[in-house]
Structure formats: C-alpha cells, structure tokens
Design a protein around this ligand. Structure first.
Ligand code: KIV
Length: 277
C-alpha cells in the first residue's frame, strides 16, 4: 500500500522525510526500492530530461507523461507532481483542471510554487480533494526571471515575508512545504512555526525532510552543480567509460560473443545451405 498524505503528516517531529525527484519508470522503481517516502515528479525534468535551460517551457503534456511513468514504477512512495509554469496562474478553474489531469496521470498530490499570492488557488485545489504541497523560497519558475539563483531570506524583512507565506499556505490547506535555498536559520523558524512538514532543498538541516534532484545525487547532470547538492555517485563518467568500452568491443569484433548470439537448429541449417548452395 503506498504512503498517504496522512502518513507524511505523521512524520513531522518523529522521523525525517526523504524525497527524491523521479521522471521515469526505471528510476522510480529503484528509488522506491531504496525506501524514499516521496517521489517528486519535478518540473526540473525540463532541464535534466529534456535539456531546456530552465523549467519555464515545461508543459502539462510532458508532466503527465513523466507522472504516468513514475506512478507505474512505485509501490510504496507517495507521488507528488509539479504543476508547470502557467498551468495554475490564469484562474482557479485552470488550476483545478490541471491538478486533476496530474492526478489522473497517477499523482497522489501536486506541488505549486508560490506564497501568499496563490493561497486562493491552493484552497480551491485542496477543496476538491487534491492534496497540495507548497514551494517557497527560491522558486525556479519565476525567481530566475527576476534575480537569478539567489539564497532567500537573508534579511529580517525577507525572512518575515517567508514565515508569513508558510503560515498562509498552511491555512490554505497544503500538507507540506518545500523550502528552496532558504537560509538555515529561517528554515528552522518556519519548521517550528507550522504544524505540517517542511521539505528542504539547500535550506539546512532543520527542515522536517530533504529533497534532491536524482540526477544530482547520482552525478548525472553536469550543467549545474549547486553548493547544497551532495553527489553520492559520479555516474556520468561511469556511463561514458562503459559506452567507450562497448564501442571498442564493437570495433574490435569482441561484441557480440557466442554467448550473446542465437543459433539455428543444425538440421535446418544443413537444409538451408543445400538450398542456397
Ligand atoms: O522540480 C524540482 O525538481 C523541484 C525541486 C527542486 C524541489 O521542484
């Protein structure tokens, strides 16, 4: 039985929550086997899977496809899908319709970037029964349009605004909030001021859980290497090495060997030879 939103809520103050992004069936199966609590079908898929410069071009169709694949690969984790840029900002009905599409694609909950300004949208989605995860601090869909990659909540006023946003989102009904690139002091304050779990990315150790992009954990994405990422593998160089070995085997005629080939029945082969001379 997959984890429920209630299971995640109960983890606050009892056990740290582990979240990774996943975008495809195979990786989702492996992350699920590793015991993560939540798989986030992040719109970071646009960058690490599709090669976009940022998450802005990501469409609902793409997010639905990634969500379908991940939900087929999970057995235990909760699946949360990102609502892409401009899939919820136009109107509440647009937000409800698109949140519903992601749930039909296999998500258990959706994630929206934004603070106080999206409280009514969050409320509308939660009201029809779809659980929502908030996302404040650095918001990849829009922060890059304004000021680029920048640590959030470094001043008193900025910190107060963020605490306010977190409380408003909690009131609007989110079941947890992602805090991205928020100073560790402010993450701690937010985490102890609300009753729902905070999930940090680049936001220090005092959040209730942590999320990382799977390509960063595995050392697969070379374009960006943020300070907050811990790479547990350097898979990209391993992949290059493996494919180089394959190429040299093909060129040298070492692959495929007899163990990788199929044989005809001997009598049939004899008959074939006779026929074709
Ligand atoms: O899209 C994503 O991967 C995310 C994480 C950075 C939290 O939203």
């Amino acid at each position: 039985m997959p984890k429920s939103v209630r299971d995640i809520l109960l983890m606050k103050n009892s056990k740290k929550i582990t979240v990774v992004t996943a975008y495809d069936y195979t990786t989702a199966q492996l992350c699920d086997k590793a015991g993560v609590d939540i798989m986030l079908v992040g719109d970071s898929a646009g960058m690490v899977m599709l090669g976009y410069e940022n998450t802005i071009p990501v469409t609902m169709e793409q997010m639905c496809l990634f969500t379908e694949a991940v939900s087929r690969g999970r057995q235990n984790a909760l699946v949360v899908a990102d609502m892409p840029f401009m899939s919820y900002q136009s109107s509440k009905s647009q937000a409800i319709e698109n949140a519903g599409r992601l749930v039909k694609a296999g998500a258990d909950a959706v994630k929206l970037e934004g603070g106080t300004e999206i409280k009514d949208t969050v409320h509308a989605i939660v009201d029809i029964g779809i659980p929502v995860m908030g996302h404040i601090g650095f918001q990849p869909q829009t922060s890059t349009l304004q000021e680029g990659y920048k640590v959030q909540a470094k001043t008193k006023d900025a910190a107060l605004r963020l605490v306010e946003s977190a409380k408003t989102l909690e009131e609007a009904g989110v079941f947890s909030i992602t805090l991205e690139m928020v100073t560790k002091e402010v993450s701690k304050i937010i985490s102890s001021s609300i009753h729902i779990p905070t999930i940090g990315i680049g936001s220090g150790p005092d959040c209730d859980g942590q999320v990382l992009v799977i390509h960063d954990i595995l050392g697969l994405y070379e374009k960006l290497k943020p300070k907050f990422v811990k790479r547990y593998l350097e898979l990209s160089s391993e992949i290059v090495k493996a494919v180089e070995l394959y190429k040299s085997d093909v060129i040298a005629g070492k692959f495929p060997g007899t163990e990788h080939s199929f044989s005809m029945d001997k009598t049939e082969l004899e008959r074939l030879r006779k026929e074709i001379g």
